[in-house]
Design a protein around this ligand. Structure first.
Ligand SMILES: *Cc1c(COP(=O)(O)O)cnc(C)c1O
Ligand code: SF4
Length: 342
């Protein structure tokens, strides 16, 4: 089986009636891997897996606050393929292809066959040169697109270039591959990911407990056993994971698979995604409710990427207020306590 990439493919697979979707397909790439297609229940109109991956007419609605570059990547890109927003770390975007195209993607205008493409040899040279020339860069974050669509050989080539840069201590990958195409994560891939010799982190993107299939669990185990440190990344999405049961189940599934919950992203203002947006108040209430409900090991930081390229901000509800040495602290059940106590 190969991935579904066209409206006809969706119809043939029984995942959509295809009505009006040519207009959506003309704007935003479609891809659903066999692993993901197998998780979709076509008889359930509210299926959280379908919502994430099967295009709908709702994507044709663009609201005034939405923008093509919602988190301002382009405002901090000194050379092609590099985003340098914080002093100590850069994004290295070698590819703009993904194994699946998420309908809520924050980089949807940049990824896919009509997107920014793959760095050429000279562009990669310039990107690596930029990292080498900036001794303040401690961490290189490979994202895209999805860096794990590259072959182990190509990844190892990039890692060999980073290996030679003394001031880079951490290499981090952001990827959906372990969940949506787990068979790609074989021993060769794990070896390639670690071949820089740097400390290697991998942020796994998953949004629903159902994504943790037997095969996905196997891929995560190979990564963890292979010495890759795993953290999570999820997007809070209306109709997918914006209820406490699902969100708690998702975070627990990460922890059970040796993935430390890291970020829960408030959805970005990407075009045609308003149907996924929850309010920040609802997000804060959900994250606060997690505190009493699941282990501290399973709690992510709720973040917003500030539009315009200003970076991420923690947006969980404050549990402390006051000042001048006198504070009110809220416990997980909402009770208020003075600190220091009277
Ligand atoms: C999100 C992001 C990072 C990584 O931020 P962390 O808080 O370290 O995970 C780095 N650079 C850019 C441009 C980002 O958008
Ligand atoms: S895998 Fe990431 S970059 Fe690719 S479509 Fe999904 S959200 Fe966008």
């Amino acid at each position: 089986m190969t991935a579904i990439k066209t409206v006809n493919g969706l119809v043939d697979a029984g995942l959509s009636d295809g009505m009006g979707l040519d207009a959506v397909a003309a704007k935003y790439a479609i891809a659903i891997t066999p692993d993901v297609a197998a998780l979709i229940d076509p008889s359930d109109l509210d299926d959280p897996m379908a919502k994430q991956f099967v295009p709908t007419l709702a994507e044709l609605v663009t609201t005034p606050e939405e923008r093509a570059d919602p988190i301002g990547d382009l405002t901090h890109s000194p050379v092609e393929g590099i985003v340098h927003r914080y002093p100590d770390r850069v994004l290295l975007k070698a590819v703009h292809v993904c194994p699946v195209y998420c309908r809520f993607c924050f980089r949807r205008e940049m990824v896919g066959p009509a997107g920014l493409g793959t760095l050429t040899g000279p562009e990669l040279d310039a990107a690596v040169g930029y990292i080498a020339d900036h001794p303040e860069i401690w961490e290189v974050i490979l994202t895209g697109g999805d860096p794990l669509v590259l072959s182990p050989r190509r990844l190892a080539e990039i890692m060999a270039r980073l290996a030679g840069i003394e001031h880079v201590k951490i290499v981090r990958f952001h990827t959906r591959v372990p969940v949506v195409e787990p068979e790609r994560v074989d021993d060769g891939m794990v070896a390639a990911l670690r071949s820089s010799g740097k400390t290697t982190y991998l942020a796994v993107h998953a949004n629903h407990p159902r994504e943790f299939t037997e095969a996905a669990r196997g891929a995560l185990a190979r990564l963890a056993d292979g010495g890759v440190v795993l953290v999570s990344q999820s997007v809070l999405l209306k109709g997918v994971n914006d209820d406490i049961e699902t969100l708690a189940g998702l975070m627990k599934a990460f922890v059970e698979n040796r993935v430390k919950p890291y970020y829960l992203h408030h959805p970005d203002l990407a075009p045609g995604t308003s149907h996924f947006r929850v309010s920040i108040e609802d997000g804060q209430a959900l994250v606060t409710a997690l505190r009493g409900r699941i282990s501290g090991l399973a709690r992510p930081t709720y973040v917003l990427d500030i539009p315009g390229g200003y970076g991420k901000a923690d947006i969980g509800a404050a549990s402390i207020s006051g000042g001048d040495g006198c504070f009110t602290v809220r416990d997980w059940q909402g009770g208020a306590h003075r600190y220091p106590p009277e």
